[in-house]
Design a protein. Sequence first.
Length: 186
Amino acid sequence: MSGGGRGRLMADINVTPLVDVMLVLLIIFMVTSSVEKIDKQREKKKFNEKKKADLQRKVPIKLPKVNAKEVIDKEDKKLVLSFTLAQKYFIGETEIVACKDSRGKGTRANCDEEHVNFKACLKQLQDKLLENHKLQQDKEIYLRADRGLPYGCVLKTMQAVRAAGITKFGLVSDPEVEQPPSKGKK
């Protein structure tokens, strides 16, 4: 076998097809890894939406609507304190405190400074929060308060949470839905 016409053997290997194959393999791996990442993100989003819907169904609260970016949970195991319009407190879906009036019936949004039963209810809440070991370790909770509750009730609840030693907490809301512009108006 001679190559080049002068009687020498050709000792070089043509690497062009090898490079082509390697580039194709690289592109295939890049595409499949990005598709897998997108699938995992979709799966996580579905799981979080289902979890939120389950909690909303079990503890019915009309959350306030705000126009803000959604906070991404780094950990899905954060505790959520729900405060209903009937003045019941839940951690997750477990009722921990139910405020009663002087007749022993459920009360609705009476958080006056002089209202003894609400003060006792806040004290009960504080005690329950102090008893919760996970909460005392994490020192973090999210508050879901019904939008029909007076502002003062929510503030007093936040004060009781702080008094229980919780240093970090957030407020949960629903995203504000923008209305599409009307076709007839300019």
